[in-house]
Design a protein around this ligand. Structure first.
Ligand code: NAI
Ligand code: MG
Length: 789
């Protein structure tokens, strides 16, 4: 007879399968073949192409789904367009009732949804049942509330219109909820394309919308592969694209939508650091790693896939992790007793295997538990790499599987440096028992979500989204709603008179020329050329330096150098500097008035009005500097979730042509008020109002490098700025073509852009100051901090 401890040690877990009968019956009811869901019913696809969706835990086909064609997409978009006005006209309360009905219905059918999800994706039933589906319901409840409150909380804003949404396969129904709930709440209608590996819960959801009485055409689902997604992106009558998936496809979509006027939000990949200080509670850390990288087989965009361990505990942590990894169980997704399910598809397994092989080749130490995975499905064991160099492929590339790399650091500064040594910036988690350490590191890590002593926690009330190449835009929380809104009354101004001068006259020699302003110094343009500026009547007034690529590079360098100090200066200090600037500006009011009137030919009164507006605007941003506040989100866990608006970094700003002084200050001051540094291209036609300000900036104590001005060709310099990889964000106020070029070129480092599509804005309007500009100057970081009991 074995002893009880021996029994414990050797006891095998029996299988504990969740029943699949109801899910199988649903599939059978559809004869395991699905068309698209358009206009509130099933629609036969226009073509004859179907593809199989498999259960990766046993490689068997679950059903066949339609390969959506451009014609199918067009039909869905037209249907969504027809439904949109009535959906918006229903009002906030009407839409709230529908979203609430969907939330209730999901709860009623939660088991069916969980089983279908686990079958199609391979994820453990414990996760789909306890995490995915409850969060889906929570998203619809939460956004039912936003629909209800829209009129009170978001006055002056309305829906974007028809939204195209493309989602990945790792959290199929949850990503659907993240996309559909806010879009519908704000009065938009949608066409959603699920990922080709996991279409089934979206189709089940479509049916649920029908049962819940959602008006036809509000939600449309078109299935298919990447080409179907591309057709949706390219459709001329889609007003916005919301995408979650790989950075590679995100980049394609950025380029494809450039110049189309479509709004765009991208939630892309990550290589998120999991930082362990040597004073942390290692038992919690080990469970944290399990949640960080073995949750959902590591197929999580914000997976903590880079453990950064402080040297003192690294060895002990590795030992404990190995012990824990031995106890993890991999197996059938419907088995309630497994920890890790199947990888979504064979192609994804191959990707993981190739990256692991490369990790070994590059010299890292690979460790896997002694047991082996079941052989009939698509499985991969939990894997730990040590002896990893920070530059190694496996330390830089998103593996999207149950594979974690571990590196060590000595000091907090080194931890921050390693954490930020990535192109991505989606999430981070920080483990320490010392609150000072945690709150010192959290603001320094470049990531949209920071979890302190926890990881992979999500809620509808909190925003989620990336910095850098992890994309832009937020999902969840109030910050997520802006993606689905536009101002109801766009501001517009009468078109400008056509310029008198034709081609600019460039001349060699820059002796009596207004120079560029870089790093707090007036500098000669690198090329040694200048251009003549003319007044409204064509008379030559003065020359300004003709900036080139090298000048932009120098200006970006100066802005980068100033960035850290300015971003960490107190908001009070930034406010003071801007007040000082406003004061100095008003002392020069008469001189600036004469300059404006002389150049542009407007009346003295009109010129005076511009200068007064410019002074008021500068006071305005001095006032805003310490009032652009974040929020504490009401997430239902034992923590506070701080939504902190942070500066984007170095921003390129192409200023409006006119009014040139008010336009300049209206576009460079909001980023600066919030802690960004700026490289600006002043009005090409009348840059003299900008060059007149150099001294003002100097005498107002604006630190060198915070404002840099490069005069010359707006679109030529804009193209250089947009392609510059060390510029983090860019605003463009100019021609439609120039804006399209900026958007296209921005995809290199996925800098966020704000382009006005050639529409002219009334810069005197109240709406040309404040919230819209400050939102575009910041990115929200959500910091989750354990709190209370
Ligand atoms: P993917 O980015 O190709 O697929 C995501 C969605 O985009 C799918 O619905 C797909 O059909 C669609 N799509 C593909 N090409 C498109 C195009 N040209 N235009 C419009 N839509 C298009 O991701 P995939 O190939 O499934 O996975 C590849 C890698 O991407 C993974 O190994 C992982 O590293 C990363 N990934 C990251 C995700 C995240 O949430 N951050 C999610 C899925 C994948
Ligand atoms: Mg599948």
């Amino acid at each position: 007879m074995p002893s009880i401890p021996e029994l414990f040690a050797t006891m095998e877990w029996g299988p504990a399968p969740e029943a699949a009968g109801q899910a199988e019956a649903w599939l059978d009811r559809h004869r395991r073949k699905f068309g698209h869901w358009i206009g509130g019913g099933w629609v036969e696809p226009s073509g004859e192409e179907w593809f199989a969706t498999i259960n990766p835990a046993n490689r068997q086909t679950l059903a066949r789904v339609a390969q959506g064609s451009a014609a199918d997409v067009d039909r869905a978009v037209r249907t969504a367009r027809e439904a949109q006005q009535a959906w918006w006209a229903l009002g906030g309360h009407g839409r709230a009732r529908h979203l609430y009905a969907i939330a209730r219905q999901i709860q009623r059918q939660s088991r069916l949804f969980a089983v279908v999800e686990s079958l199609d994706n391979g994820k453990p039933i414990r996760e789909s049942r306890d995490i995915d589906i409850p969060l889906v319901a929570r998203h619809f409840y939460h956004h039912a509330g936003w629909a209800q409150l829209m009129g009170q909380e978001l006055p002056g804003y309305g829906p974007v219109g028809v939204v195209g949404q493309i989602i990945p396969w790792n959290f199929p129904l949850l990503m659907l909820a993240w996309k559909i709930a806010p879009a519908l709440a704000m009065g938009n209608t949608v066409v959603l394309k699920p990922a080709e590996f996991t279409s089934l819960t979206a189709l089940l959801f479509a049916e649920l919308c029908g049962e819940a009485g959602l008006p036809p055409g509000v939600v449309n689902i078109v299935t298919g592969e990447g080409a179907t997604g591309a057709a949706l992106v390219d459709h001329h009558d889609v007003d916005k694209i919301a995408f979650t998936g790989s950075t590679e496809v995100g980049r394609i979509i950025r380029a494809a939508t450039a110049g189309s006027g479509k709004k765009l939000s991208l939630e892309l990949g990550g290589k998120s650091p999991f930082i362990v200080f040597d004073d942390s509670d290692l038992d919690s850390v080990v469970e944290g790693v399990v949640d960080a990288i073995w949750f959902n087989q590591g197929q999580v965009c914000c997976a903590g896939s880079r453990i950064l361990a402080q040297e003192g505990i690294a060895e002990s942590l590795v030992a404990r992790l190995k012990v824990r990894m031995e106890t993890l169980r991999v197996g059938d997704s419907l088995d309630k007793a497994i920890d890790i399910g199947a990888i979504v598809a064979p192609v994804q397994l191959e990707r993981i295997e190739a990256l692991v092989a490369q990790g070994k080749e590059e010299g890292a130490e690979c460790w896997q538990p002694s047991w082996s995975c079941p052989t009939e499905g698509v499985f991969y064991p939990p894997t730990l790499f040590t002896e990893v160099s920070p530059a190694a492929t496996i330390a830089q590339v998103e593996i999207f599987g149950p594979v974690v790399v571990l590196m060590t650091f000595r000091t907090p500064d080194e931890a921050v440096e390693l954490a930020n040594n990535t192109r991505y910036g989606l999430a981070a988690s920080i483990w320490t028992e010392n609150i000072n350490t945690a709150l010192d590191i959290a603001p320094r890590v470049k990531a949209g979500t920071v979890w302190i002593n926890c990881t992979n926690v999500f809620d509808a009330a909190s925003g989620f989204g990336g910095y850098r190449e992890s994309g832009f835009g937020r999902e969840g929380g109030k910050e997520g709603l802006w993606e689905y809104l536009v101002p109801l009354v766009p501001t517009s101004a009468p078109p400008l008179p056509a310029p008198v001068a034709g081609e600019p006259v460039l001349r060699e020699g820059v002796d009596r020329t207004a120079k560029l302003y870089v790093g707090g110094k007036q500098t000669r343009p690198d090329g040694g050329y200048s251009r003549m500026i003319h007044d409204f009547a064509g008379g030559a007034v003065a020359e300004v330096g003709e900036g080139n690529r090298k000048d932009i590079r120098n200006a970006v360098e100066a802005a980068r150098k100033a960035e850290r100090g300015w971003a960490t200066a107190t908001a009070h200090l930034r406010a003071q500097v801007l007040y000082f600037l406003a004061e100095n500006l008003s002392i020069r009011a008469t001189e600036l008035t004469v300059r404006i009137a002389g150049l542009t030919g407007v009346s003295d009164a009109e010129a005076r009005r511009e200068v007064e507006a410019a002074v008021s605007r500068t006071f305005g941003y001095a006032a805003w500097a310490d009032k652009w506040e974040g929020a504490v989100h009401q997430t239902p866990f034992r923590n506070v979730t701080l939504a902190m608006p942070e500066p984007i970094g170095v921003m390129g700003v192409v200023c409006p042509e006119a009014p040139s002084l008010l336009g300049l200050l209206s576009t460079i001051l909001p980023p600066i008020a919030i802690g960004n540094t700026v490289v600006a291209i002043p009005s090409e036609r009348w840059p003299l109002l900008a060059t007149d300000c150099y001294q003002l900036f100097d005498t107002s104590d604006i630190p060198p490098g915070v404002i840099n001005l490069v005069t010359g060709s707006s679109d030529g310099l804009a193209a250089v700025l947009a392609a510059h990889d060390d510029v983090d964000g860019m605003w463009y106020w100019g021609s439609a073509d120039g804006g399209a070029e900026v958007e296209r070129r921005s995809s290199g480092n996925m800098k966020r852009t704000w382009v006005d599509q050639g529409k002219s804005r009334d810069w005197f309007a109240v709406s040309s100051e404040g919230p819209e500009f400050l939102r575009q100057s910041t990115q929200v970081k959500n910091i989750w901090i354990p709190y209370g009991a």
